[in-house]
Design a protein around this ligand. Structure first.
Ligand code: NAD
Length: 427
């Protein structure tokens, strides 16, 4: 464990030393503004350090039974080879979130980065090599999910699948894992409600809601994409939201002061635009955005304006399906019963936000929301020590936290006989 921890610490130092290069590499791969990709790089370094400490301080257990005849030890062993498959929106951070606990647990890891964003994983593997990780313990296999990813998870030596990505892919990988009878962890999609109660601090709530959906141009599993505002505050809230959205700057992701870069690809922009068209067909009114920007300087990129839609029924596609783009659907609610029914009316359960001045109210509401992460008066904040994962179709298992390493280990109980005489039974 000391050697593993030392490698993880050295990697963290190398990541910190190459922060700017790694951030630019990712920005070129997925179009996120530099401020965001720098934060992802910092997160990756922090994750490596955290799991180095977990590795150093990890202990087995001695579940001492009340018996004079035997005693037991419970040890944790590596599962073997781990297949780690990641999406394109936060490459280096999602990859480290799997690599660090898997290596800390003593496994070998195969990483399949997303088709569109292989560069960060490849760079990261080189840093592990430089940090002295023995050859073969970390391999990166870029390529198409349906070809490389599928071949990886089906390989008989792979004994654990750790996946972050869309729910339909996750379901397919879970079926393969079921067939092989191997464990699988799934971090999947979301359609997270962001809730504004009647006593919320309006300005803080507006700023938080805008950040929650439009940072990363909405390409975040945890994006707060369903806005539920108490009827008494609805008009004032939406008016202020319009003003803040109008001030967001779209532009080249390497330029300073840019809030939103392009979406990851033209194909993805078409998919976002198709959702907006479906919302209009289903009776939605576009308050803001709804199209690509008209600025000729942005015409060659896959940009899409921050979009706010209202007037939709909760059954509309744009209210139910994950768009994974800068699209916020806004709906008023009358009381907490209606609010809870609306907020929980989703196949997803990844995250939720609550804006209120009353923490007691927030606590009770949080305990009834079906989501793995709840933010109160904040949004998209993360601690590596806090487990993360989804309820319902947003996932299976938890990543991060001290327990995160257990997802890559299997427990073994060893009994030591202490009887003074030979066993009675056959005598
Ligand atoms: P995706 O499911 O299309 O792809 C994710 C990864 O799976 C890619 O590396 C892809 O190549 C691979 N893949 C695709 N088909 C595969 C197959 N048949 N076998 C093996 N691997 C396969 O997702 P995406 O479009 O890259 O990412 C967006 C999705 O990821 C969104 O749904 C988002 O919510 C989700 N996401 C979840 C979290 C989380 O922590 N819960 C974090 C980020 C993104």
């Amino acid at each position: 464990p000391h050697e593993r921890a030392a490698v993880l610490h050295r990697v963290a130092e190398l990541i910190a030393a190459r922060r700017e290069d790694l951030a630019r590499l990712q920005t070129r791969d997925n179009g996120k503004p530099l401020a965001e990709t720098r934060a992802l790089v910092d997160s990756a370094a922090g994750t490596a350090r955290y799991f180095a400490s977990v590795c150093e301080t990890f202990e087995g257990e001695m579940p001492t039974p009340r018996s004079r005849d035997f005693t037991t030890f419970s040890t944790y062993e590596p599962v073997g080879v781990v297949a780690a498959i990641t999406p394109w929106n936060s490459p280096i951070a999602s990859e480290m979130q799997k690599i660090a606990p898997a290596l800390a647990g003593g496994n070998a890891v195969l990483v399949k980065p997303a088709d569109a964003t292989p560069m960060a994983a490849l760079a990261l593997a080189k840093l592990f090599e430089e940090a002295g990780l023995p050859a073969g313990l970390l391999s990166v296999l870029p390529g198409r999910g349906s070809v490389v990813g599928e071949a990886m998870v089906r390989h008989p030596l792979v004994r654990k699948i750790s996946f972050t990505g869309g729910t339909s892919t996750g379901r397919r990988l879970a079926a393969i894992a079921a067939d092989k009878l191997i464990p699988v962890s799934l971090e999947l999609g979301g359609k997270s409600p962001t809730i504004v109660l009647d006593d919320a601090d309006l300005e803080r709530a507006v700023q938080g809601v805008v950040y929650g959906i439009f940072s990363s141009a909405g390409q975040a599993c945890i994006a707060g994409s369903r806005l539920l505002v108490h009827r008494s505050l609805y008009d004032a809230f939406l008016k202020r939201l319009d003003e803040v959205v109008d001030r967001l700057r779209l532009g080249h992701p390497e330029h300073d002061g840019v809030h939103m870069g392009p979406l990851v690809s033209m194909a993805h922009r078409d998919s976002v635009a198709a959702y907006v068209a479906s919302a209009v067909e289903e009776g939605g009114r576009i308050r803001r955005g709804g199209r690509a920007p008209s600025d000729p300087a942005l015409a060659a990129g896959s940009y899409f304006l921050p979009t706010v839609i209202e007037g939709l029924s909760p059954d509309a596609r744009a209210c139910r399906e994950e768009i994974f783009g800068p699209v916020l659907v806004a709906m008023p609610f009358e009381d907490e019963t209606e609010l809870l029914a609306q907020a929980n009316d989703s196949v997803y359960g990844l995250a939720a936000g609550i804006w209120t001045r009353d923490y007691r109210r927030a606590w009770h509401l949080a305990s009834r929301l079906e989501a793995g992460t709840i933010w109160v008066n904040t949004y998209k904040k993360f601690a590596i020590s806090a487990p993360f994962g989804g309820f319902k179709e947003s996932g299976l298992g938890r990543e991060k936290g001290r327990q995160g390493v257990l997802a890559y280990m299997q427990q073994k109980s060893i009994y030591l006989g202490m009887e003074q005489q030979a066993m009675e039974w056959s005598r």
